[in-house]
Design a protein around this ligand. Structure first.
Ligand code: NMX
Length: 419
């Protein structure tokens, strides 16, 4: 079949069976222990969530349905033969667990295209916001405005049986994914191009249509770049519009997705102070000055990973192929040689290596998307594939509401004393 919903439905019975078996046979097995340090340290590393679509390994980075990023670049169908993978293929893989054929990926393109129209009231809400509103705030606002059309919310109101939750959640998720390029482009055009909209081109795929609707005389290959970027997926849960908007509000924090924008600002600061080709010695001093100013070096470090982020490596490979002489890329490459040593010398940074945000902005600059406040929106559009796929599975498997237990300092002290 080239119909994603039919392929997803085929995958359901086996997955339900596996979950039932896991609960029945191993329900009491211990996955890990929780230390006081973890409870006061942001719950880092506590194995406490079922998540089928991706798995993050500290050494190796992320795998989607068991495949690493280089493996996916090799195996997922491209927009052009041998080109960067189509995000539509990624969506197929995340939902079904199977690598799609080119026809199946194109089937998803067609299905999304039919759902892609952004309702007029959402455009009006965006247009009504003050022009300086941060693009991430605009994204959350637009998605919440879309929620009025939620099929899940309507079905729930009508008393739908819980075994059928998955279906309206699936429909909402596809609607939302389909509309995100139009929404992101509207935010871009409202904020930076005086608001004039560019209509979607029905001959283009999902990511290419985003590039097209953003307009702005993008260089050739910018649509391929958006494919590379959009294929790097991520994490959240519940009514797809509300939960995605909540996730986006989290992504908008500077230590999370906003690091994208922060990195570029920081790199521009380097250029302004030290010129186009600073020496390593000058860069070392600059990095130390940032640290001594009580600030983080954006784009470096990770809460889980302990190696260079494979998403960084993937974007670096793209830059090496398409813009090896670009000054900003050369600067980012020298930073890769300089920053980790310094972060190691602080003696506290657990992972001194670059993450995806250290690189993505540089590529966008090269292709003419120079407005860094917009970058996290692109990141958010790409994340929709991952979080919404998992959201569909969570409702399909009937997973319960998440409710981690919190403790006071007194409760922890009492617990420690009584053990
Ligand atoms: N620059 C300066 N200090 C850092 C950095 C950095 N890039 N990374 C970690 N540290 C510090 C951190 O602030 C903490 O200091 P303190 O004890 O004084 O509070 C100490 O090193 C230990 O932190 P870690 O356990 O290594 O890192 P943690 O898990 O707390 O935080 C990040 C992870 C990603 C929030 C952190 O590395 C960071 O702030 N990086 C810069 C911002 C960034 O690039 N964020 C994007 C992440 C994207 N992504 O995850 O993919």
């Amino acid at each position: 079949t080239t119909d994603l919903k039919a392929a997803f439905m085929e995958a359901i019975p086996q997955e339900m069976e596996r979950l039932k078996m896991l609960k029945k046979e191993h329900g009491a097995a211990v996955l890990g222990q929780v230390t006081v340090e973890q409870a006061v340290g942001g719950m880092r590393g506590i194995p406490a969530l079922l998540w089928e679509t991706s798995l993050l390994d500290a050494e190796e980075g992320i795998r989607f349905r068991g495949y690493s990023i280089p493996e996916l670049q090799e195996r997922l169908p491209g927009a052009k033969p041998g080109g960067e993978p189509l995000p539509e293929g990624m969506l197929w893989l995340l939902l079904t667990g199977q690598i799609p054929t080119a026809e199946q990926a194109h089937g998803v393109t067609g299905m999304l295209r039919e759902r892609s129209a952004v309702p007029a009231h959402v455009q009006q809400v965006l247009a009504a916001l003050p022009s300086g509103t941060h693009p991430m705030t605009q994204l959350c606002t637009a998605v919440l405005a879309l929620q009025s059309g939620s099929k899940f919310a309507a079905a729930y109101d009508q008393g739908v049986h819980k075994s059928k939750y998955w279906e309206p959640v699936y429909e909402d998720s596809m609607d939302l994914i389909a509309k995100l390029p139009g929404i992101a482009a509207a935010i871009y055009r409202n904020t930076y191009k005086g608001g004039a909209r560019i209509e979607p081109d029905p001959s283009l795929d999902w990511a290419a249509n985003l590039a097209h609707q953003m307009g702005a005389r993008l260089a050739p290959r910018s649509d391929e770049l958006l494919c590379v970027k959009i294929a790097s997926v991520g994490s959240a849960l519940s009514d797809p519009y509300l939960s995605y908007a909540a996730g986006m509000a989290g992504l908008a924090g500077p230590l999370h997705g906003l690091a994208n924008q922060e990195t570029l600002r920081w790199v521009h600061g380097v250029q302004q102070e030290l010129g186009e080709s600073p020496t390593k010695e000058q860069l070392r001093d600059y990095v130390w000055a940032t640290l001594k100013g009580g600030k983080v070096v954006p784009g470096f470090g990770h809460a889980v990973l302990r190696k260079t982020d494979p998403r960084y490596t993937c974007l670096r490979g793209f830059a090496q192929r398409h813009m090896p002489e670009y000054p900003l890329f050369r600067l980012v490459s020298i930073l890769y040689e300089v920053v980790p040593d310094i972060l190691m010398q602080t003696g506290k940074v657990k992972n001194p290596y670059p993450n995806v945000d250290a690189h993505s902005g540089v590529l966008l600059q090269y292709y003419g998307i120079t407005e860094e406040r917009f970058y996290t929106v692109l990141f958010g559009v790409s994340r929709a594939l991952g979080v919404l796929s998992q959201g569909i599975w969570s409702r399909t498997l009937g997973l319960p509401i998440e409710r981690p237990k919190s403790l006071t300092i007194d409760a922890m002290l009492q617990h420690v004393a009584s053990n």
